[in-house]
Design a protein around this ligand. Sequence first.
Ligand SMILES: [Zn+2]
Length: 277
Amino acid sequence: MNAANSTQPRPSFPTRLARRLRRELRRPFKPLLHWLRDRQAPSLHHWMMHEAAVPIQPTRKSALVIAPHHDDETFGCGGLIALKRDAGIAVSVLVITDGRQSHGHVAGVDLDAMVETRRRELLQACSILGVAEQDVHLMSLPDQGVYRLGPEEFQLAANAIAAMITALHPQELYVNHRNDRHPDHEAVFRLVKEAIQIANVPVDLLEYPIWLIWNGPYRWNTTPDDLKGALRLDVRSVQDRKNRAIAAYASQHAILPKGFLEQFTQGYELFFRHTSL
Ligand SMILES: [Zn+2]
């Protein structure tokens, strides 16, 4: 790895400070902003899907789908995974965090048990989509802790992902959007980009949105550039199976915003091709 080309593990201090201030200023308005978000996000998603995005055909390339949490792979790429597996194409899934904090704010939840529950849900969802247990990999970094990794931990994690990329040698790599408006998701993107540089193998990198459209306008910092170049994959033929895989994540449904899951049940999936590797 060329250190000069190394991806920064964390945003700079002024950027972090500005984000913190923005969060504090927003706090009193949160209920109103959430109310507005939950009403505007479906319209923005519909526009992205049906007017902004360019249709694409599925490829016959092998794939590694990287998800920050157990469920992101299914929400963002469940249809793509099922289509590839139906065509006999190799697909592996790598989940980066242990998922421990999904209910960290809910009193009385056993977080150790939640880690195990989410692992079981992941295997069930992947099985529904056609990915066998031996092709599902867990990295178990701390949930809500990826964006807090220090430089050394960041490098170790990037090295581990690079080793997996080298071993699996996927032709396509899918990871959440670079600005997915969730701190762990954005940190996972930085990790994966660093890992690709370390592995130094040719791979097509595609980004899938999970929180980008839902949280983007609400976080006030999504730009038109973030939404530019959207691609739309028709997954209607496997949507029923994707819906069953989404249903497998029963532990997560109650904590997601109202209407959020409908983004992933519309028969199409959105991707963005990353061109600056
Ligand atoms: Zn996630």
